[in-house]
Design a protein around this ligand. Structure first.
Ligand code: MG
Length: 460
């Protein structure tokens, strides 16, 4: 005891700058992004049969969000917004006409955008993109040109480059049905990518990168291909869940998140690494009503799914883990993936871009001190249409449309108004009895749209 006390006294006389020496001041940051995983697909979010013990443990040790949002209802704009901290309409990655990038698209994330990887790299971080990219395949837009030292994965969705007559949502998709390449640093290393081992191989890459860079700060953007259809599980997981192939795939994803966190503990990196688990958009429902076969995810009690600005399309799992720093718990504070940009830069001591409007906020006070975040509006875009806005517990819809199957949006004037805590399934329009709530949303909307300058459309 005496020794400890004198050691503490000795330490306290060291100037602060030395105690707070790097790299402790620059935590490692890992974002694990699932593709099309629904709000209701994990045990800790209420799924009755898919077993996700590792994500459940991550949630129990970390902070689990009940109201975490993807910044868009489909892949490309969601990823663009998360990596730039700005609604995708600002970078031209959310447009009318096309919804996501395709292999023959000419556009991509503009080189002039500042990505999280670029900002962190400037602060001395080693940066890796592992998994799906989907932000452009042309010069200026590719991972190595957007701030990532290393990249390994698919350039776009696993249901593209199709050559199969079997639909992507099939319970038994053919391995060679999609000619998607697997790439490392701009070179094709396998085509078609063997999809059944992607979850494992992505995780291997992430663990290897963390180990190789354990003595310097690192940022890993691990964007899993699963559970986007076509679904593939490895031999170890195939047929093992009680929820069909979709359950197999989610259970494999869960086991691999467990493997990654175990490796961080083993390397004594857990206490200096912020890990976030979330999804890029809601579940691709593929339910009976849509003519599907059940090989899609679940938004739980939220309405609709991927592609829609109903809650099921954009409210997603959000788990933040950092042993010793984040007090375990559950929060109903509203946050979204654009906040990950702002929060990561703040933690790294990186400078925020000052020459452009930013949409994320630093959620550190919530993560580390349990403080409520200031009230702010969240906007739900579909392409270039502003469909809905949430402020506090209230959400107003100006337009509504299902993700798939409804050809044209319905217009609502006056807007529909839902009180989300009491009506999470958005069933009961209370606009008539809450004019004040609607008025507040209308003025937030007016301020947002008046200042909005959409970027040059890229999804063409
Ligand atoms: Mg997606």
């Amino acid at each position: 005891m005496k020794i400890i006390v004198s050691l503490l006294l000795a330490l306290s006389s060291i100037p602060f700058a030395l105690v707070a020496a790097e790299p402790a001041a620059k935590p490692n940051i890992i974002i694990v992004l699932a593709d099309d995983l629904g709000y209701g697909d994990l045990g800790c979010y209420g799924h009755p049969s898919i077993r996700t013990p590792h994500l459940d443990r991550m949630a129990a040790e970390g902070l689990r969000f009940t109201d975490f949002y993807s910044p868009a209802e489909v892949c490309t704009p969601s990823r663009a917004a998360m990596l730039t901290g700005r609604y995708a309409i600002r970078s031209g990655m959310s447009t009318g006409g096309g919804r996501v990038l395709f292999p023959n698209s000419k556009g991509g994330l503009p080189a002039g955008e500042v990505t999280m990887a670029e900002a962190l790299k400037r602060r001395g971080y080693a940066t890796a993109h592992i998994g799906k990219w989907h932000l452009g395949i042309h010069e200026g837009s590719r991972p190595n040109e957007q701030g990532f030292d290393e990249t390994f994965g698919l350039p776009y969705s696993n249901d593209m480059d199709g050559r199969s007559k079997v639909p992507a949502g099939s319970p038994n998709p053919p391995q060679d049905g999609w000619n998607v390449p697997l790439m490392r640093n701009g070179k094709i290393i396998e085509r078609p990518a063997v999809q059944s081992t992607l979850t494992q191989r992505y995780t291997d890459e992430a663990i290897a990168f963390a180990r190789a860079h354990k003595s310097e700060p690192f940022f890993i953007y691990l964007a899993h291909t699963m559970p986007h259809v076509p679904l593939f599980a490895s031999a170890e997981f195939r047929g093992k869940s009680t929820r069909g192939l979709y359950g197999d795939v989610v259970e494999e994803l869960d086991a691999n998140v467990g493997r990654l966190l175990a490796a961080l503990r083993e390397e004594r990196l857990a206490e200096k690494t912020l890990v976030i688990f979330t999804s890029d958009n809601g579940p691709w429902l593929l339910n009976k009503a849509m003519g599907g076969n059940g090989q899609g995810g679940s938004a739980g009690l939220l309405r609709e799914g991927k592609g829609s600005t109903w809650e099921g399309g954009m409210r997603v799992p959000g788990i933040v883990w950092w042993p010793g720093r984040i007090k375990p718990g559950v929060t109903s504070e509203m946050a979204n993936a654009m906040d990950l940009f702002t929060t990561s830069l703040a933690l790294a001591g990186a400078e925020m871009p000052k020459d452009r409007p930013m949409d994320g906020v630093d959620i550190s006070p919530l993560l580390f001190e349990g403080k409520a975040l200031p009230e702010r509006p969240f906007f739900y875009y579909r392409g270039d249409m502003l469909m809905a806005c949430r402020l506090g517990p209230w959400k107003a819809h100006f337009w509504t449309q299902t993700g798939y199957g409804q050809p044209k949006p319905d217009s609502h004037n006056p807007p529909l108004l839902f009180h989300l805590p009491s009506d999470p399934s958005e069933q009961f329009d209370v606009a008539a009895s809450h004019p004040d709530a609607l008025e507040k949303i209308q003025s937030a909307l007016a301020a947002h749209t008046a200042a909005m300058e959409p970027g040059t459309p890229q999804l063409k």
